[in-house]
Design a binder for this molecule. Structure first.
Ligand SMILES: *Cc1c(COP(=O)(O)O)cnc(C)c1O
Length: 214
């Protein structure tokens, strides 16, 4: 499955984040030994011990909801945070990254799905926060793009519509706030059930768990 996924991902110029949440370090090592280096976790309590136990050339991405009081535990090593859903969180990431002598690329998570249980900014909320501008002070937590999840449904057209909505938000934000900043380039969308659609709609980072760890 890894090779197949990598082929699909790379043919779209995207990258694969192997979501290893709930998987043992041994299972992570199986993919590591086949050459994979980018892994994603959704909980700090799980990410931190895995970081300690596993090879240090793994690129760890935090993809799940992050509480401000937990940022300090991952700031010394995390390579990207996909799930920034408040200005307060971004400011804390900036502060802890600065303390650790690091810069941590961040993505703003947007809520585009029908289900209301998911985290993230609503489009209106996110756009007005960007307009307000104080995120620009967070130089140790530069914004590299946006992340979102589609509804959990068999309705492909609905999923495609939600990915298109996220892509269009990405384009709007790029034009308004990052016209000359090449770092703003990541569109994190697509999971096991919908990654082919996400790739067709412009994803640059797919986050796949269950397909890779059956
Ligand atoms: C678990 C998770 C994934 C991967 O989901 P699969 O359906 O197992 O591929 C992707 N993104 C986030 C935010 C997750 O929590």
């Amino acid at each position: 499955m890894l090779e197949e996924l990598l082929q699909a991902t790379e043919s779209h110029g995207a990258r694969l984040v192997a979501v290893s949440k709930t998987q043992s370090p041994e299972r992570v090592m199986e993919l590591y030994n086949r050459g994979h280096r980018i892994f994603g976790e959704n909980r700090v309590q799980e990410l931190q011990p895995k970081y300690e136990a596993l090879p240090k050339d793994i690129e760890w991405h935090l993809i799940g909801h992050l509480q401000t009081n937990k940022v300090k535990y991952i700031a010394p090593f995390v390579q990207m945070i996909h799930s920034v859903d408040s200005l307060k969180l971004l400011q804390e990431i900036h502060k802890q990254a600065d303390k650790a002598g690091r810069t941590i690329p961040c993505l703003f998570q947007f809520h585009v799905a029908q289900e209301d249980s998911k985290f993230g900014f609503s489009p209106e909320e996110g756009l007005s926060m960007l307009e307000e501008g104080s995120w620009r002070d967070c130089t140790h937590a530069p914004i590299h793009g946006v992340m979102g999840m589609a509804s959990f449904t068999d309705d492909e057209e609905q999923v495609r519509g939600e990915f298109q909505q996220l892509k269009s938000l990405f384009d709007t934000i790029k034009t308004r706030h990052f016209p000359n900043d090449t770092r703003f380039s990541e569109l994190s969308m697509g999971m096991s059930g919908d990654y082919p659609i996400a790739l067709e709609e412009g994803s640059t980072l797919i986050r796949v768990g269950s397909l890779l760890f059956p």
